[in-house]
Design a protein around this ligand. Structure first.
Ligand code: CS2
Ligand code: MG
Length: 402
């Protein structure tokens, strides 16, 4: 199965995506998601200018060997650009291997370990009543798990609050939007939101919240403690995780489950968090973390330490990445939950796919490979437009975590 062509497509159907397409001499094709929100062209160039020339002539069936070749052969290791590029190649190779075998990728990963993939939706609002209504909306649509985010009085713009409910796209503008952040109003207001959701809507659905890296460890411990009686499924990204041992501070004070990892890109970013059981869910996804090949190794380590998976699944991960996640999710033993943010109609038109939602679960479908196509005839309608994720500053003007 010699690779004869490797192409990178940058398009913007509703938002920017970078997609790798590999073609073998027998005409089999595979797709990989190389989208790094706000830095898309860096990965596109890493692939086009440095990786694609290395793939021509290689055997597409040698997935692990190609992974090792691209990882060790680059000399410069780890990092979001390198690992997203390797991840895109890896997804495309699994896609090809599934098509060659005539099987959906999950069959190559050991078959189904569950009937469906539990997902959570994103409810948000400009205040508590509207956020409550948004949570109810997801429950009415059959979701069994919902993330709740609300605008904090006194803060104009902040992470997680959207104009329209189903989709959330934080990247916008020719230059980064600057937002003002203050911790104390957030720390006082979010417990009110989460307690009100439980008081009004009860406990028979999973409730999640994303702190989005904005607290210090001791502030995160305070928040975790204050919402313990909300029985959250998880509190996500409570504090930046470069210093993995800082999660010991959170663990010491609260039983609220912790999820981390969407900004990680190798197993070494989470090794201590997992082996010291400082977290309950690992959020890494199949595009940013070196593909299915590396994500399986992370899940295997996590399984030893009672840590479950909770793959990132925001709109800036394309349907190719979401499909790969579902094949991984349905087969991995220590699955936790899958994030599911709806893409736009334009995105779904460019990436027709086999996965589908039913009664709170996603199913990868039975098509050979990942079950996603790229409609190249539509691409010129959606040219790339440079966008950035917002940057947050404290009221005194110092940069903080968005
Ligand atoms: C968020 C993401 O989905 C999440 O949990 O943290 O929306 C994140 O902000 C984006 O993926 C950044 O591009
Ligand atoms: Mg998050």
């Amino acid at each position: 199965m010699k690779i004869v062509d490797a192409k990178v497509f940058v398009c913007s159907p509703g938002r920017n995506f970078v997609t790798l397409k590999l073609t073998t001499e027998s005409g089999l094709t595979g797709l990989g998601d190389a989208t790094l929100n706000g830095r898309e062209l860096a990965v596109a160039s890493y692939l086009t200018d440095h990786v694609c020339p290395l793939l021509i002539g290689r055997d597409a069936g040698q997935i692990e060997d190609i992974w090792q070749y691209l990882y060790k052969g680059a000399y410069w290791r780890r990092g979001p650009v390198t690992m997203n590029a390797i991840g895109a190649v890896d997804l495309a190779l699994w896609d090809i291997k599934g098509k060659a075998a005539g099987m959906p990728v999950y069959q190559l990963l050991g078959g189904k370990a569950r009937d469906g993939v539990l997902v959570y939706g994103h409810a948000n609002g400009g205040d508590i009543p509207s956020t409550l209504r948004a949570v109810e909306g997801f429950l009415e649509r059959g979701y069994l798990a919902v993330r709740a985010q609300t605008l904090v009085p006194g803060l104009e713009k902040m992470y997680g609050i959207t104009k329209e409910q189903l989709r959330y796209e934080p990247a916008e503008g020719e230059l980064p939007l600057e937002t003002v952040w203050e911790t104390r109003p957030y720390l006082e207001f979010v417990p009110k939101l989460l307690h009100t959701v439980r008081e009004q809507l009860g406990f028979d659905f999973h409730l999640l919240h994303d702190v989005h890296h904005r607290l210090t460890p001791i502030e995160a411990a305070e928040l975790g403690k204050r919402v313990e009686d909300c029985s959250l499924f998880w509190l996500e990204d409570p504090t930046p995780a470069e210093l993995q041992e800082s999660f010991r501070i959170i663990r010491r004070h609260t039983t609220t489950p912790i999820a981390v990892g969407e900004v990680f890109n190798t197993i070494w970013d989470c090794q201590q968090l997992i082996t010291e059981q400082l977290i309950d869910y690992i959020r890494m996804d199949a595009a940013h973390s070196g593909g299915i090949t590396h994500l399986r190794k992370i899940a295997a380590l996590a399984e030893l330490y009672n840590v479950r998976t909770g793959c990132h699944g925001a709109t800036d991960l394309s349907p190719v990445c979401l499909a790969a996640a579902l094949h991984f999710d349905i087969s991995v033993p220590n699955f936790g939950i899958q994030e599911y943010m709806h893409h736009t109609e334009e995105t779904d038109a460019v990436f027709p796919h086999a996965y589908h939602f039913e009664a709170g679960y996603l199913h990868p479908g039975e098509e050979p490979g990942l079950g996603v196509k790229l409609d190249e005839s539509l691409l010129e309608r959606f040219p790339y437009k440079r966008t950035y994720l917002p940057v947050a500053r404290l009221r005194d003007g110092s940069v903080t975590n968005w």
